[in-house]
Design a binder for this molecule. Structure first.
Ligand code: 8YV
Length: 327
């Protein structure tokens, strides 16, 4: 009988997923959810052919150099900026991510965070809980209109398109978008979205939503110069990645009323949050939960598991990122 391949599941995950993986592999699980240091990760990867990662495990040339048995890294996330894809390809290691299964859930959350930001839901809840609500006032927590306003989406992949449809079809919003490349006419029509330059988007949108993947090129897509272009009544929502926004510049813009409010699910250096963001009132802060429904997290974990099983058992990964390494 041939020996089952060995894999590491680097973070805690649904027990059913561990059971499923155990049918095919010798599984080194981490159900205590210890956050490995880079050295601990390298050590736990010794002799492993596969690893189930989340956004918190960095796989780069340094890791690959000392883990020669590693053949596949399966990310339980659509974003894969924790992978050095070029280094993985050079080392002949397959990378997979978890696209599609989280698109609609993340679009729901992006839209919800934008609405909570525009309508000051978190800020007013804190006010109520603090026992400060003692009368009605005509201007109490007056926010920014959502229906009929202009939604500006930066990054028009699957999640951006989902947010566009919600805005256009559900809330009668005018949708403009900016992306590396313009969508084909049929997709634009489905999303009721019009392509504009980044500067025009920032100048005209009432609500800017960021859904662009993180890369060196998208680092600080929104910094002080971009915030200065936005309307003083506008909101900014980031459900993409930390580092897309210059958080210090954003905190300053919020404090100075340069824009009305922001909604952030992702942060530079998370889980740390820039201290200035914690003290400005006009920002809604959530701990990277845009894909967090039970059904979606289960689907993401199962897709990562299916990639490991598909590749290591029959050389057929489901969602490969660098298929050129496949034999
Ligand atoms: C994950 C995400 O929860 O899929 C992504 O890219 O940002 C989130 O859905 C997170 O990355 C953990 O893996």
């Amino acid at each position: 009988m041939t020996q089952k391949p060995s894999i590491l599941v680097a973070r805690a995950v649904f027990p059913g997923v561990i059971e499923k993986l155990s049918q095919h592999f010798v599984v080194d699980a981490n159900q205590d959810d210890v956050l490995f240091t880079p050295d601990q990760l390298k050590q736990r990867l010794q002799g492993k052919q596969g690893v189930f990662t989340t956004g918190s495990e960095r796989i780069d040339a340094g890791v690959l150099a000392v883990c020669p048995s590693l053949k596949i890294c399966a990310n339980m996330a659509v974003g894969y900026n924790n992978f050095d894809l070029d280094a993985m390809t050079a080392a002949g290691v397959l990378a997979t991510n978890a696209p599609d299964v989280l698109t609609e859930t993340t679009a729901d959350f992006g839209f919800a965070l934008m609405m909570a930001t525009a309508r000051r839901i978190a800020e007013s809840e804190h006010f109520l809980r603090a026992g400060l609500w003692n009368r009605w006032r005509y201007d109490m927590f007056t926010g920014t209109e959502v229906h009929g306003s202009t939604l500006g989406i930066v990054g028009m992949g699957r999640i951006g398109q989902g947010i566009a449809k919600r805005g256009a079809l559900g809330f009668g919003m005018k949708v403009i978008y900016h992306n590396r490349s313009q969508l084909d006419a049929a997709t634009e029509a489905q999303c009721h979205a019009t392509y504009v330059g980044k500067e025009e988007l920032l100048r005209t949108a009432d609500h800017v939503v960021l859904v662009v993947p993180y890369s060196a090129a998208s680092h600080h897509t929104i910094g002080a110069p971009e915030l200065a272009l936005m309307k003083s009544t506008a909101t900014l929502t980031n459900v993409a990645r930390g580092g897309i926004v210059d958080d210090a510049a954003l905190a300053k813009a919020l404090r100075e009323g340069q824009i009305a409010a922001a909604g952030l699910d992702v942060f530079e250096g998370e889980p740390s949050v820039h201290p200035d963001l914690l003290t400005v009132p006009n920002v809604v802060l959530t701990p990277h939960i845009a894909s967090a429904t039970v059904g979606t997290r289960r689907a993401m974990a199962n897709l990562a598991a299916d990639n490991l099983i598909g590749f290591l058992v029959s050389c057929k990964p489901v969602t490969p990122l660098n298929p050129q390494v496949l034999p």
